[in-house]
Every structure is written in structure tokens, then in C-alpha cells.
Design a protein around this ligand. Structure first.
Ligand SMILES: [Zn+2]
Length: 428
């Protein structure tokens, strides 16, 4: 099956894009329309790579707007944990479908996720037509008995993970230690060995708050990334490591993350809303050779999954705290939100050129954010919202055209239904 996108704007020039199977087969004004191709009229549209959301908790979309404006302890203890006890496969399935719908409608075709009920979550992503790496999140609370049962549970999941990964192309399963303050050193190491043995992504919350760093200094005598190096985990996992947040870093830690070619997932909206911090060391990490990607985090802390909004906030934050309007220009922001996210997930997409996977979107140049269209990348990053996206292609398949997504009404109706099963405890 081929897709031929005719007369579309790409890098401010009109061109044609040809997709064969799941790859971009050619780009150029002289590329001709093959017979039998599915033709998309690109007039009045601009093509961009789709976004890769490098950190989130998709099914938490069902908690959108629930328990906002509380401190983390109250929010977890009173609002989230009592209701998470209600989670079941059906709630997870429709929660992930809802998240995928929102992601498709705002131009995202891949996400790295940490939550529960993996096969049900992965089925929802498969049926939505996009990509994900879904990691089951574990804590052992530094308790030896819990550590033992976590180990047992992971060993029980081994064949499920291997079978799924060998038989699915767009979705992969993994396991994730939640964070160093909820997972013991022994379990952190056990996960690294497991992920290395099976060539899986090692996704963990790192250095999200100052408290986390201070407690690590007290308990481990070193900072969080120094601990991960001491345990041999950075070296072992390397480019399969995704450190979500990585907000409070010393220059030495930045050097370590670069040395082992690890990935960092920056979540500006979540960091601001939870008041975790705002001085993310983008330039320093980039210059140290770190692949910095962009994420939204779950809908509980970012309230939406719009990567265009996250990209704008990321850029403005860098300019703001550095007092430097030249930092984080729009093209670099776009690369972090697209190519770098796919790289962190080990997927060869996020770049519109021949041979790469065909994940791309067309934005509507009649959307007010693109009028006038003096510079389409600038308009995308600084002026637009997710609703400018008209067409989304993932792995060579159209998942949205004319802003229409298959089963959209059904997904919304079912999400509204299952949330009644999920949220049964409402603090006053
Ligand atoms: Zn998170």
C-alpha cells in the first residue's frame, strides 16, 4: 500500500511525499504519483514529523482535573491511591484509548508509558494504531519482603513480555522501577539486569524534586545519578535508559548522563504545576551528549497530552530562566519533541526523509495559528495548539484524516462510563 501526498509544504517549500509500506520512499517535486496509491491533497497543509511523548501515564487521563492544586502527599494519599485500587483491565483499556485519541488528535504517534495492566494497555495502543513502550511500574518501598514479591511478579511476567515483544511491531512491553526513593538498590539492579537481558527500555523517575536529591545525599551519601552509576545501572542500560524529569542535577551528574549516552525526558508542564522546579539544564545536557526528549507526564499533572503546548512551554522556560531569547529556538524545540523522543524509544522516526519510518502529520494552514504563514515551524511551536493537526500517519497507516479518528465517539462514551467505576472516593 502506498500513500502519495501531493503539493504539501515541507521546510517552507512545496513538494510531494511518497510512502511505501511503513517507510518514507521519497520526497521531491519530481516524485510522481504511482498508480493505485492513496492520494492525499497537500494543498493548504504543511508536513511535519509527528511527536514522541517520552514520559507519561496514559490511563491516568481518567484522573484529569481530579485533585488539582494539592500537595503531592495529600494528592496521592487522599485522591489517587484510594481510587487506583479500583483499576481493572477494562478501566485501563478505555483510559489508554482515551489518551491515544487525545495524542492522535494533537499529532503524537509514540509514547513511553509507566503504569499497570500491560497487555490491556498495549491492546488499546495497538487498536488505536500508534506506538508505545509500556512499562509496568513497580515499588518495593525498601522493604525486603516486598522486594521479594516484586522479583517474583517480574519473573512471572517474563514470558508475557517476551512473547508480546516478539509478535508486535508498534507496541513493546517492559518493566520500570518507579524511582530511587520507592525502590531499593537491589531491585533497581535486578530491573537493570532484566531489561538488559531482554534489550528493554529502563524507564524511571529521576531527580524530580530537591527533596529526592537531599534524601539521597542523606541515605546514600551521593546524588541520584551518582547512585545509579555506583550501582552500574547507567553503564549497563546506556541508551536504553530514560530518566524522566532529571531536573535537579549537578554538573558531575550531567557529565555522567552524557558519558553513558542515557536519555532524559523533560516534562515542563508537570514540573511547573507540581512546583518541582523550572531550571531544566537543556543546553548543558545537550552539550554533554545527552539525548533530551520531551514529555507531558500523566494527565494528573499536565492535564493534557498536547505536545505542541509542552514544546512551547519548554522553549519559553529556557529563554526565561536563562534570560536569553536566543536559547531553544523553534527548530531545535521541534527536534527535541519529535526526533529525540523517537531516538529515546529506539524507533527510527521523527525525521522526514527517505528511508525513515513513515510517522508524519499534516497541519492545516488555514488554522488561525498559521495565518499568515511567515514561518511554519515558528507557527507550530509558538502559535499553534494540537487542534491544528489535520492528518496523522503512523507506520505508513492513516490514523486521522480531516481530524476524524475511527471510533472517536465510542472511545469518549466508554471513557465517561468507566470513570464512574474508577473514581468512587472523593475527598471533601
Ligand atoms: Zn511520571
Amino acid at each position: 500500500m502506498s500513500i502519495y501526498i501531493k503539493n504539501v509544504l515541507l521546510d517552507e517549500k512545496t513538494t510531494n511525499i511518497l510512502i511505501h509500506g511503513n517507510k518514507i520512499a521519497g520526497i521531491g517535486i519530481d516524485i510522481e504519483q504511482p498508480t493505485g496509491a492513496n492520494v492525499i491533497d497537500g494543498q493548504g497543509k504543511a508536513a511535519f514529523p509527528t511527536f514522541a511523548n517520552s514520559h507519561g501515564h496514559a490511563a491516568m487521563s481518567l484522573f484529569r482535573g481530579f485533585g488539582d492544586d494539592h500537595n503531592l502527599g495529600d494528592w496521592l494519599n487522599q485522591w489517587i491511591w484510594p481510587n487506583e485500587r479500583n483499576l481493572d483491565p477494562e478501566i485501563i483499556y478505555w483510559g489508554v484509548r482515551l489518551a491515544c485519541l487525545e495524542m492522535i488528535k494533537s499529532g503524537t504517534t509514540a509514547f513511553a508509558d509507566m503504569y499497570f495492566f500491560l497487555p490491556d494497555a498495549a491492546k488499546a495502543v495497538e487498536e488505536s494504531g500508534i506506538r508505545a513502550i509500556l512499562s509496568h511500574s513497580f515499588v518495593d518501598l525498601h522493604n525486603p519482603d516486598m522486594a521479594k514479591s516484586v522479583r517474583k511478579e517480574v519473573e512471572g511476567m517474563e514470558s508475557i513480555i517476551c512473547d508480546w515483544n516478539s509478535s508486535h511491531e508498534r507496541t513493546k512491553l517492559s518493566i520500570a522501577p518507579h524511582a530511587i526513593y520507592t525502590v531499593s538498590n537491589e531491585t533497581l539492579k535486578f530491573f537493570a539486569e532484566f531489561c538488559t537481558r531482554h534489550n528493554l527500555i529502563y524507564h524511571i523517575h529521576m531527580s524530580e524534586t530537591l527533596t529526592e536529591v537531599e534524601n539521597s545525599l542523606k541515605e546514600n551519601g551521593c546524588r541520584p545519578y551518582e547512585l545509579m552509576e555506583r550501582l552500574g545501572i547507567l553503564e549497563q542500560t546506556g541508551s536504553r535508559f530514560i530518566g524522566a524529569h532529571s531536573l535537579h542535577l549537578s554538573p558531575e551528574e550531567i557529565g555522567l548522563i552524557g558519558k553513558y549516552h542515557c536519555n532524559v525526558a523533560h516534562n515542563p508542564n508537570s514540573n511547573l504545576k507540581l512546583a518541582s522546579g523550572h531550571q531544566f539544564f537543556y543546553n548543558e545536557l545537550r552539550d554533554a551528549g545527552v539525548n533530551v526528549a520531551l514529555g507531558t507526564d500523566g494527565c494528573s499533572s499536565s492535564n493534557n497530552l498536547d505536545m505542541i503546548e509542552a514544546a512551547k512551554v519548554m522553549s519559553l522556560l529556557q529563554k526565561g530562566w536563562r534570560q536569553d531569547p536566543l536559547s531553544m529556538p523553534a527548530p531545535e524545540t521541534l527536534k527535541v519533541a519529535t526526533r529525540n523522543g523517537f531516538t529515546a524509544m529506539g524507533i527510527d522516526a521523527g525525521e522526514l526523509s527517505e528511508g525513515h519510518l513513515a510517522d508524519l502529520m499534516l497541519v492545516d494552514l488555514n488554522n488561525i495559528a498559521f495565518v499568515p504563514n511567515n514561518n511554519s515551524t515558528s507557527n507550530l511551536i509558538y502559535a499553534a495548539h494540537g487542534d491544528c493537526v489535520d492528518t496523522v500517519i503512523c507506520n505508513g497507516n492513516i490514523v486521522m484524516q480531516g481530524r476524524k479518528v475511527a471510533e472517536e465517539e465510542n472511545v469518549i462514551r466508554e471513557a465517561q462510563r468507566v470513570v464512574k467505576k474508577l473514581i468512587t472516593v472523593r475527598p471533601a
